[in-house]
Design a protein around this ligand. Structure first.
Ligand code: NDP
Length: 452
């Protein structure tokens, strides 16, 4: 049977674009890709990239103060959201162009429309055109979800935050995950009076307790008004503002309320059920270790499969898919020991098990140190950083590394290599310190602070 294409990719985000370009560029496959929105997907258009640029923008407020402590005669000025937003969107336009060109230069045919499946080898575009392909790859990502409650339609999500007409004076952020905590720091740094509600006992559930405790403390020190054990009951419009009734009995007015209470896979209305593609409890597409669905010609990668929802993981899954299907080299995706950074202020870099998870698994030793870093301490700040290693008593392997410090994301990428290689505590100790940097503490911790 002959098909229009060897591969049809639905979704032009990081995972889909990578798979399409590598399949076409490196194996000569005939590839098409459909994208209903902007090329680049969540990461480039409404996630990692604009978020990181906002982190950079927000950090300058503190830098000016610190520079004064170092003898610079400069005065803090006002942040101009309009100027920044204009530059931000120009940069996103540029990046979208880069993504489109990558596809074009690799001979991938692209369709700027929504696509859905009609049979295991056929997709239908929004204009009714049908295209056949030997393999179909679904890489449609995810979207933010807001729970339903009275007034929930007044909330914005991370999708809208990059498009605000003006910076609000006051803002409430609901949630305690990556997105809520990152934006609490960003908005606070930009001069917005920022309040954060989290329903649980401590933000960043699932990460190392000591690390998330320090992040929360520092966020509060920096001026974020964090309310733990607190949720929204209802919201109502009041003039230009939103009246928020909370579970802690308070009622307050905010200019903007942003919900960051999780994301859902974009797998609805793709025609999956009729074909027998299985979906899980959250609606995610169920795939095996090769990203293959229950229908052999259909594969899925990235957030729509809800495995580990991170851009580099989606890219890995896309590469492994091409390796398996187009290069004849079955390649499962390795989801173990993924280093990751959370761009809170302070930043966190983490790889492997938290102290709590490791202690449940086996006897461990904990090496940890918390100190005031030189640069900030000189500037008169009380900010602390944390370096922590979780070590297996039996094998001496470093099971987890957690860093809360400026630049922790950069540090964990490198520490992640050692941990992934199975480095022991003694391997860390054999490595000579780089002086004077914060990360030298990772190789100079002589005695465990506790065993568990
Ligand atoms: P998460 O699932 O990480 O966090 C959701 C948060 O909202 C949790 O604190 C959760 O509380 C809370 N929550 C859930 N439902 C409700 C509710 N009904 N009412 C009140 N609170 C609620 O989602 P995010 O949106 O923060 O992030 C989504 C994913 O995006 C992450 O898993 C991550 O993989 C990825 N991401 C990665 C980044 C990075 O690498 N730096 C940055 C941003 C996102 P509870 O803990 O009690 O369940």
């Amino acid at each position: 049977m002959s098909f229009d294409y060897d591969l049809f990719v639905i979704g032009g985000g990081s995972g889909g674009v990578r798979a399409a370009r590598v399949a076409a560029g490196e194996t000569g496959a005939k590839v098409a890709l459909a994208e209903e929105d902007r090329y680049g997907g969540t990461c480039v258009i409404r996630g990692c990239v604009p978020k990181k640029l906002m982190v950079f923008a927000s950090e300058y407020s503190g830098m000016v103060e610190d520079a004064r402590s170092y003898g610079w005669d400069i005065k803090p000025g006002d942040f101009n959201w309009g100027t920044f937003r204009g530059k931000l969107h120009a940069e996103l336009d540029r990046l979208e162009g880069v993504y489109r060109n990558i596809l074009k230069n690799n001979g991938v045919e692209s369709f700027d429309q929504r696509a859905k499946l009609v049979d295991p080898h056929t997709v239908e575009l929004a204009d009714g055109t049908r295209k056949t392909a030997k393999h179909i790859l679904i890489a449609t990502g995810g979207r933010p979800v807001v729970p339903e409650f009275p007034g929930s339609d007044l909330a914005i999500t991370s999708n809208e935050i990059f498009h605000l007409e003006k910076l609000p004076e006051t803002m409430l952020i609901v949630g305690g995950g990556y997105i809520a905590c990152e934006f609490a720091g960003i908005m606070n740094g930009m001069g917005v009076k920022t309040t954060q509600f989290y329903r649980g006992a401590q933000i960043l559930r699932g990460f190392d307790d000591e690390a998330r405790g320090l992040i929360c403390e520092e966020m509060c020190q920096n001026g974020v008004d964090v309310h733990l054990g607190t949720n929204v009951l209802e919201m109502a419009r009041e003039g230009d503002r939103i009246r928020v009734k909370a579970t802690n009995g308070t009622e307050r007015l905010f200019d903007v309320v942003m919900y960051a209470t999780g994301r859902a896979p974009n797998a609805d209305d793709l025609g999956l059920e009729a074909l027998g593609v299985e979906r899980g409890r959250k609606g995610e597409i169920i795939v095996d270790e090769y990203s293959q669905t229950a229908v052999p010609s259909i594969y899925a990668i990235g957030d729509v499969t809800d495995r580990v929802n991170l851009t580099p993981v989606a890219i890995r899954e896309g590469m492994a898919f091409v390796e398996t299907v187009f290069k004849g080299n079955p390649t499962p995706v390795d989801h173990e020991l993924i280093p990751t950074a959370i761009f809170t202020q302070p930043e966190m870099g983490t790889v492997g098990l938290s102290e709590e998870a490791a202690a449940e698994q086996e006897p461990i030793e904990v090496y940890a140190t918390s100190f005031k870093p030189m640069q900030q301490s000189f500037a008169g700040r009380s900010q602390r950083v944390l370096m922590k290693l979780i070590v297996s008593k039996a094998t001496r392997k470093v099971l987890g590394c957690h860093i809360v410090a400026p630049g922790a994301g950069e540090m964990i990428q490198l520490a992640g290599i050692a941990v992934k290689m199975g480095a022991t505590k003694e391997d860390f100790d054999r490595t000579v310190a780089v002086h004077p940097v914060m990360a030298e503490e990772l190789v100079t911790m002589r005695h465990p602070v506790r065993s568990a």
